[in-house]
Design a protein around this ligand. Structure first.
Ligand code: NAD
Length: 270
């Protein structure tokens, strides 16, 4: 049993000894999650199709703590998940924390939608993560590991965006969090989500310095940064903060969309 400690007294990170798999770990928000996890003691498996970006994030994580890995893999390739997880287990150990973060969008409205664009978004955002979660959960159950699965959704799980395949894919993830939470609760596996608002994903930028013209309300008038999502992710996956939280999606958006969109935003979207 891990010793309890107050945040001020702690001598070890909140994710000490944990192995975390982060899909899309080479991307903007992925950078925030991977580096914050590394800071809290986790060893991270970055899974992404973009090798150049991912290696950059990997070396930033290595500057913080040693023992992270990159795996080039396409989240749409569900037939290869068993092999991928076998490799991660051999390299760093069994996954304690899965972060389903990779996500794509295309600029199609409902009337412009093509089956290809629809599948492109659903195959990554929903189908790939559905079956990766299934494989990870089966392994956790077999090993009696009480792990955590975190989905990165979006405020557009509820707010209209003008790209209905993207927003509906994120809405579907928010329901999946609840379905999986109920089915996996008997095994002690928690399933949670984060719905980010606008996040400025330029790497290593601490302050976006941008007034956000879209929302009616936002803290400081600025978008969030990847670290804001990374720290919320630490909180939700850590046993210390969130041992009794499952089936919930936390909005991290600085108050964005608390008020309805302005007429100007509607004109721009449609
Ligand atoms: N940036 C924002 O404002 C914002 C807001 C709300 C939600 N989100 C969500 O956050 C998540 C991360 O987005 P981001 O802003 O960091 O975008 P990003 O494009 O910087 O990162 C996405 C990462 O996913 C990887 N990826 C894409 N397709 C893949 C595939 N088939 N297999 C494996 N990896 C793949 C990309 O290579 C990239 O590294 C997404 O799910 C996105 O929908 C972002």
């Amino acid at each position: 049993m891990r010793k309890e400690f107050s945040p001020e007294e702690r001598k070890e990170g909140f994710l000490e000894g944990k192995v975390a798999l982060v899909t899309g770990g080479g991307g903007g928000i992925g950078w925030g999650i991977v580096t914050e996890f590394a800071r809290e003691g986790a060893r991270v498996a970055i899974v992404d199709i973009d090798e150049r970006q991912s290696r950059e994030v990997l070396s930033l994580a290595e500057e913080i703590s040693p023992g992270h890995y990159f795996y080039r893999a396409d989240i749409r390739d569900i037939g290869r998940f068993e092999g991928l997880l076998d490799r991660i287990e051999a390299d760093i150990g069994m996954v304690d924390v899965l972060v389903n973060n990779a996500g794509v969008n295309t600029p199609h409205s409902f009337l412009e939608m093509t089956p290809e664009a629809f599948d492109q978004v659903y195959d990554v955002n929903v189908r790939g993560h559905f079956f990766l979660s299934q494989e990870v959960a089966k392994r956790m159950i077999a090993a009696q590991k009480q792990g955590v699965i975190l989905f990165i959704t979006s405020v557009h799980q509820e707010v209209v965006q003008g790209h209905p395949h993207y927003s509906s894919s994120k809405a579907s993830l928010s329901m999946l969090v609840k379905e999986m939470a109920v089915e996996l609760a008997p095994y002690g596996i928690r399933v949670v989500g984060i719905a980010p608002g606008g996040i400025y994903i330029e790497k290593r930028v601490e302050d976006p310095g941008l007034a956000n013209d879209e929302p009616s309300v936002i803290l400081g008038g600025k978008n969030g940064i990847p670290r804001d999502i990374g720290r919320a992710a630490v909180m939700l996956v850590s046993d210390y903060w969130s041992r009794h939280i499952t089936g919930e999606v936390l909005t991290v958006a600085g108050g964005q969309y608390l008020l309805p969109a302005s007429r100007e935003t509607c004109r721009r979207l449609f």
